[in-house]
Every structure is written in C-alpha cells, then in structure tokens.
Ligand binder design. Structure first.
Ligand code: NDP
Length: 246
C-alpha cells in the first residue's frame, strides 16, 4: 500500500514500542520517517534500518522531549533533512505511577514537559513546514477520559490535556487543510507495559476483547488518520483499546 507515498513524517519517541511500530508502518505505506529518541540510540538505529529496508529514508534524532530547545531543533532537523514535513506523530511518553500524595514536583514537571509542553512546541514548530494535507496526530491514552484504576493521576491528567489541545488545534489548522487528532491506545505490550505482570493481566481482563494490544494496532490507526481517507476527520479521538473504554 502506498497511500503515504511522497510524505515525510516525524515520530517522537520512535525508538521502541508503539512509536517504533508507527515509524515502520508509515514507512511501509510510503513515507520517509524521522524519529526522535532520548537514550536508546541502538534501538533508534534499528528502527531507521527497518524504515530503510522498507525502501524509505529514515533518520534518528536524539532529542529529550523535556527540553524545549531540543524539541524545536528536532523538528527543524527532520524538515531540513527531508525538505518538508507532512505528518507529526506526538508519541514520546513516560509512565509516572504512584499514589497522588507521593508524586514529586520533579515528576509533575517532567511529565507535563514530555506529554504536554513538547506536544505543543513540536506542533508549533512543525506546522510552518506543513502544507495542505498536513497531519498532527498525538498518542493519548485510554486513561484520558476514564480512569478506572488508582495511581495514575498525573499520567491521566497529562494525557487528558491532549484533548483540549487537539480540539483547539483543529480549528486553528483547518483553514490550511491540516487535521489534528488523537489516537488513544489501550493496554499495549511494550517496555512501558510488559506482558506477564499482574498489572498487565488485570488490564487485559478490563478489555472487552480480553486481549492486550500490540504497537501495530495503534500504528494502523495512525496510518489511517495520516492518509487521504481521513481528510474530514479532525479534532477527535480514536480509541484503539480492544473495548477497554466501551
Ligand atoms: P515505551 O516506554 O515502550 O517507549 C517510549 C518511547 O518514548 C521510547 O522511544 C523513548 O525513547 C521515548 N521517550 C521517552 N521519554 C522521552 C523523552 N523525554 N524524550 C524523547 N523521547 C522519549 O512506551 P510505549 O511505546 O508503550 O508508549 C508510547 C506512547 O503510547 C506514550 O505516549 C504512552 O503514554 C502511550 N500509551 C501507551 C500505552 C501502553 O499500554 N503501552 C497505553 C496508552 C498510551 P528511548 O527509547 O530513547 O527511551
């Protein structure tokens, strides 16, 4: 399939997990793909190699999403290397966990920096490089509108911020032919959410399907929203969660 032929994508946090699956899927559909990572340089190189094996250009950029200057630099580097930018996938994420009274100021600052400020800044930097058909896709969470478990207050707060951001953005960008949407994964097997733990089993049972997701499940939804068939979809969220929020 080549519905993204000629497009250029930037995926933040593309070295592992859901972001790596997204990078690969976009490449398989014809896009050149730049990705950021913070520490896993070897994993990032492997994803770039997979993108190149799919016949597309790949680029790994070290950029800590908590660092505002690095976020803006990564967007400029991607757009500069490939000459344009069509698809921004705000995926980089962390998982602060614990009762609300134990959450530290440093955790609050870092989580909001990575999940909220970086998304805003990357989008702000990317949009001037986008033309008609541009796409801003942010990876939210099944814990953005419903939070059926304790200890994720900070995480849920940070992910729910994407909803207001994306709805506002849809209005700002629609006149330029650019859409803004969220994909909300349910429990997906990655380093952040490894299989075989009591928590993963509990999450599996909370899905309607009684199945944990794979990065590829989220990636196919991102590829759809990135493509031409989704031109009239903007300002909304797509749950990819096996019925977790049903
Ligand atoms: P992983 O922990 O498997 O991968 C996280 C990715 O984000 C890595 O590429 C990592 O880079 C990158 N990253 C983390 N912090 C930073 C940072 N400060 N700057 C730049 N990159 C960073 O997570 P998942 O793949 O599971 O999660 C991806 C997204 O999906 C996140 O936004 C997460 O909140 C969301 N999500 C995940 C769910 C799940 O069940 N897995 C469910 C719902 C939402 P590096 O490799 O260099 O560390």
């Amino acid at each position: 399939m080549s519905r993204l032929a000629g497009k250029v994508a930037l995926v933040t946090g593309g070295s592992r997990g859901i972001g790596a699956a997204i990078a690969l899927r976009l490449a398989e559909e014809g896009a050149d793909v730049a990705l950021t990572y913070v520490s896993a340089a070897d994993r990032a190189k492997e994803v770039v190699a997979a993108v190149e094996a799919a016949g597309r250009r790949g680029l790994a950029i070290q950029a800590d999403s908590a660092d505002p200057a690095a976020v803006v630099r990564s967007v400029e580097e991607a757009a500069g290397a490939f000459g344009r930018l069509d698809i921004l996938v705000n995926n980089a994420g962390i998982f602060p966990y614990g009762p609300v009274e134990d959450v530290t100021l440093a955790e609050i600052d870092r989580t909001l920096a990575v999940h909220v400020r970086a998304v805003f800044l990357a989008t702000q930097a990317a949009v001037p490089h986008m033309g008609d058909g541009g796409r801003v896709i942010s990876i939210g969470s099944c814990w953005a509108t419903r939070v059926p478990v304790p200890n994720v207050t900070l995480y849920a707060m940070s992910k729910s911020a994407l909803i207001g951001f994306t709805k506002g953005l849809a209005h700002d960008l629609a006149p330029r032919g650019i859409t803004a949407n969220i994909v909300d994964p349910g429990p997906t097997v990655t380093d952040m959410n490894p299989e075989g733990t009591d928590e993963a089993e509990e999450e599996r049972l909370r899905t309607a399907a009684k199945v944990l997701g794979a990065g590829a499940d989220t990636a196919q939804a991102v590829a759809f929203l990135a493509g031409p068939d989704a031109r009239w979809i903007t300002g909304t969220s797509l749950a990819v969660d096996g019925g977790y929020t049903a």
